[in-house]
Design a protein around this ligand. Sequence first.
Ligand code: G3P
Length: 213
Amino acid sequence: MKIFLDTANIKSIKFYNDLGLIDGVTTNPTLLSKEDGNPHDIMKTISSIVKGDISLEVINTTYSEMVKEGHKLRNYGDNIVVKCPMTADGLMACKTLSNDKIPVNITLVFSPNQAILAAKCGAKYVSPFIGRLDDIGNDGMNIIAEIKQIFQNYDYDTQILVASVRHPMHVIDAAKIGADAVTMPPSILEKMLNHNLTLAGLDRFLSDWKQIK
Ligand code: G3P
């Protein structure tokens, strides 16, 4: 399962990239708005740090503007994946960009039906937002299982990128289902990494070692 970092924070991206723990990065306008500095400079910097797929989102909403913007974003590097919204225009842009050999991540997906359409339009990734479904009383993870089954039935190449991840259990459940990728904020990756029993166990080993005469 690929692990993507869902952030535009350069410090976190550098940290986890240096650790070799991330396969790429996903950003969106909200995440960019949380950081100081020009968003284009930030996107450029991310592209200079990370070798794996980096999803950068378009901010236009019409087909032709999204295609134009997608080509511009792709200039940041060969690993740029253009994120388009799950709209009719977004799907059209997905088809055109994919035909132009520019990979697309269809974002803001909330149902298996939307995922089918994204796959049919050649999306490299489809991003179901599971946390936001949980927020409104649905079972977000359920659609991951449904999409997985549908994509397997038809051998779709589109990868399931689980997004809007809110806690480490989301990661475990997504992995159990066999999702291709999970994108998570740095805080969740930190929780995956650390465990109090690991730290306590290490302390104990080191202090016991010192007792040896
Ligand atoms: O990957 C999408 C993500 O950034 C949205 O997360 O927590 O705002 O629903 P959230």
